[in-house]
Design a protein around this ligand. Structure first.
Ligand code: SF4
Length: 227
């Protein structure tokens, strides 16, 4: 078991410094070339890997070129174009009604405020944060996905369980200039080393400050269960 820094803010800063050295080019892995494509890619990525989303959007974004294109096709056709994605039927419905609202209420443009974004179908705070950060250069919060959720708990940065509560806690301890990058660093480390089922603690640069480190900690603080 590693020994965390004295305060959570110090722990957060140390984690960021070390992960930045490990993953200097860390950034979003979804592919898109405009805000609507970003919004759609993020809606599709819920409970689905970015890799699979990128494979599917390669042909999707060639066929559909704006919100009207998504609204005009029958929902079955759009769903069939997404059928390698988890919950593709629901997501086709979300995309169509989000595009309808974009056309009717926002002049065809993806909105740039948290309130307007979260009113769109299929868009929660996490999706809205990604679109604001990468589509509009507005950083209002921290994107808490499954990797951020798991690593923050394992590293003793929070004991909260719900993503919204974790986000609030992280916003109090992660320096504001790192709110965006913190997510990407957690995702890269979560994919490479600190995986959900079998983290490689012996190869981890955070081992000496991680209270979940498998060496002699009995408990995975992410789940609260024994390793
Ligand atoms: S890989 Fe192990 S030591 Fe590293 S952050 Fe995850 S649980 Fe902690």
């Amino acid at each position: 078991m590693g020994t965390p820094r004295e305060t959570r803010a110090e722990q957060a800063e140390e984690v960021i410094e070390r992960l930045e050295a490990e993953y200097p080019d860390s950034t979003i892995s979804l592919r898109y070339s405009n805000r609507l494509e970003l919004l759609i890619a993020v809606i599709l990525s819920a409970q689905c890997t970015d890799e699979r989303v990128n494979r599917e959007t390669e042909h999707l974004f060639e066929k559909y070129d704006g919100p009207a294109d998504y609204v005009e096709v029958p929902q079955d056709e759009l769903a069939a174009d997404l059928d390698s994605i988890t919950y593709y039927n629901n997501k086709a419905g979300y995309i169509q009604s989000a595009c309808e609202a974009i056309l009717e209420d926002h002049g065809g443009e993806v909105p740039d405020t948290m309130d307007e974004l979260t009113e769109l179908s299929g868009v929660g705070r996490k999706t809205a944060n990604v679109v604001l950060q990468h589509g509009h250069d507005v950083v209002e919060g921290i994107v808490v996905d499954t990797h951020v959720q798991r690593l923050s708990r394992r590293l003793g940065l929070t004991e909260e369980k719900r993503p919204e509560a974790i986000e609030q806690e992280l916003m109090g301890i992660v320096p504001e200039g790192y709110w965006q990058q913190f997510t990407h660093l957690c995702i890269d480390h979560g994919r490479a080393i600190c995986t959900a089922r079998n983290p490689d603690c012996s190869g981890c640069v955070l081992a000496d400050i991680c209270p979940s480190e498998k060496g002699d900690s009995d408990v995975d603080l992410a789940s609260g269960e024994p390793w």
